[in-house]
Design a protein around this ligand. Structure first.
Ligand code: SAH
Ligand code: SF4
Ligand code: F3S
Length: 488
């Protein structure tokens, strides 16, 4: 368990748990954290051993950040993190963006049930995007009765209260909010890496791309106040963070609902000023409203990394229109030109969907054409997955798998071929790498991340982890480099 922050402990000391819980947040949660600490202590005394927890996270960086917050709460109330699902508290933070993410969760539930039969103290909790879908909750509450707690994406801050409810009621607790205006600040979080961290700058999505479930499960767009974001990052830097990843479904619409209004580019300027912070990344940037102001800020910045994830989805203007992406092929290509002109060494990556309803061979060729022209460093390629409740799921011209699969394979091959050429462009140069971990295969080597998001393996030991060091890139292996440490 991580040492607790002194201020947090002082706040908890002032909370009286013999009284009824306060209404306002985050004090209400502090109250339940303190209550739960007592309950966990009693259980530990009764069992004569520490209580353990395991948190599993599926999905995007937004979910990963949520899981850090959830684990932070579990730690504060006294659970000890373990690697195994044979734990006293197992939490699955779920994703529903594609069908296979859902199947994975149902697949795991049977296994969890068998573990629970052996350990009657075990608590199973499910949360995240999948739980925001009424048909999923219905299925779990009727067919998976051994699940103890179900909550959604809007009330993760309530975890301590929900566990408390479960412990006192002995009944399944289901708490799903359809949407929220609320952003609860100042709760604990347990970061995966001491030297880098995700930072939410906004929640939800208003774009309603016609294939996508995210706006339905994450609710409407809400931006955090710039001062709260800057304060959080300052605190992180004090704790040793060197690199932040600013997170939002579309960071380019950051600040639109704030008073006073502020643009994402202006927020970046404020974050750039934070002393001790060395690298800034962000995702995701929707091409429809990526401003020239943002390109300029990136070009001038010393801290913003040379990497932009710019999801294409399709290269066909016809399909893009039906996808409701609000840009066409030519606008996307023109945007890429503007970015490359201002920041020649930038690495571009993307997301592409193959087999959207009605996609013809000609549409698909347009996607291939954009891929060949932009020459991405890497691309996440997805087979279109029908998500119930989205407009695209109701479209009649779904493309059969035997047509989609060969297209997908062709695209993947093209993407990989281009990537292996593009990714070697810095061969022979010296670049700074943030060392993230020991090399998986060789314990005399470490693995670091370059500004453009490519990994480099080079000789080094554990003392380098978390340091930013210059590395000469001596060999290119397509998606990664081998290197040696260079002089400062
Ligand atoms: N907000 C981000 C994307 C979040 S979802 C953006 O706008 O780029 C991550 C990726 O999943 C998307 O970019 C898309 O390529 C893919 N995706 C979303 N819905 C999908 C679906 N129904 N089928 C297949 N892929 C999908
Ligand atoms: Fe989904 Fe589109 Fe929102 Fe991204 S911008 S989360 S793809 S609806
Ligand atoms: Fe999945 Fe939810 Fe992220 S659906 S992709 S975890 S926002």
């Amino acid at each position: 368990m991580k040492p607790l922050s002194k201020e947090f402990e002082e706040t908890l000391e002032n909370i009286d748990i013999t009284k009824i819980p306060p209404e306002e947040e985050p004090n209400r949660q502090y109250y339940f954290i303190k209550k739960m600490r007592e309950i966990i202590k009693q259980e530990e005394e009764m069992l004569g051993r520490p209580l353990t927890c395991k948190s599993v996270c599926i999905g995007c960086q937004m979910n990963a950040r949520d899981s850090e917050k959830l684990l932070g709460i579990l730690n504060e109330i006294g659970y000890h993190e373990t690697d195994s699902e044979e734990a006293d508290f197992v939490l699955y933070n779920t994703c529903t963006v594609r069908e296979n993410a859902n199947l994975r969760v149902y697949g795991r539930l049977g296994h969890l049930n068998s573990l629970k039969r052996k350990n009657p103290h075990m608590v199973i909790a499910l949360c995240g995007c999948m739980m925001q879908e009424p048909q999923v909750v219905e299925k779990i509450t009727s067919s998976y009765r051994f699940v103890d707690i179900i909550f959604g994406t809007h009330n993760i801050f309530k975890l301590a209260e929900l566990i408390f409810q479960r412990k006192v009621s002995q009944k399944m607790v289901v708490d799903i909010w359809p949407d929220t205006e609320k952003i609860v600040e100042e709760l604990p979080s347990d970061r995966k890496y001491p030297f880098k961290s995700g930072v939410n700058i906004m929640f939800g999505c208003n774009n309603f791309c016609s294939y996508c479930i995210v706006p339905y499960v994450r609710g409407r767009e809400r931006s955090r106040k710039p001062e709260d974001i800057v304060q959080e990052i300052r605190q992180m830097v004090q704790d040793g963070v060197k690199e932040v990843m600013l997170l939002g479904q579309n960071v380019n619409s950051y600040g639109k609902n704030l008073d006073p209004r502020i643009t994402f580019a202006q927020l970046l300027r404020q974050i750039e000023e934070i002393d001790g912070l060395e690298r800034i990344r962000f995702m995701t940037s929707h091409p429809k409203d990526l401003s020239d102001e943002l390109i300029q800020v990136m070009a001038e910045s010393k801290k913003i990394c040379r990497h932009l994830h710019l999801p294409l989805q399709s290269g066909s203007s016809r399909i893009l229109k039906i996808m409701n992406r609000k840009y066409d092929k030519e606008q996307y290509l023109a945007l890429v030109d503007r970015i490359r002109q201002a920041i020649p060494d930038i690495s571009l990556t993307t997301d592409i969907i193959v087999g959207f309803p009605g996609e013809t061979e000609e549409d698909f060729e347009d996607t291939m054409d954009v891929v060949r022209r932009v020459r991405y460093d890497s691309a996440f390629t997805f087979i279109y997955s029908k998500r119930t409740g989205t407009p695209a799921a109701a479209m009649e011209n779904q493309v059969p798998p035997e047509v989609v699969k060969p297209r997908f394979d062709r695209l993947l091959k093209e993407v990989q071929q281009i990537a292996s050429q593009v990714c070697s462009r810095d061969l022979g140069t010296v670049q700074k790498a943030l060392v993230e971990e020991m090399d998986d295969h060789d314990d005399s080597m470490v693995t670091g991340r370059l500004s453009n998001n490519i990994m480099v393996h080079f000789p080094g030991d554990a003392s380098l982890i978390g340091e930013i060091v210059p590395v000469k890139l001596t060999e290119s292996h397509g998606f990664y480099y081998m290197g040696v440490r260079a002089e400062e």
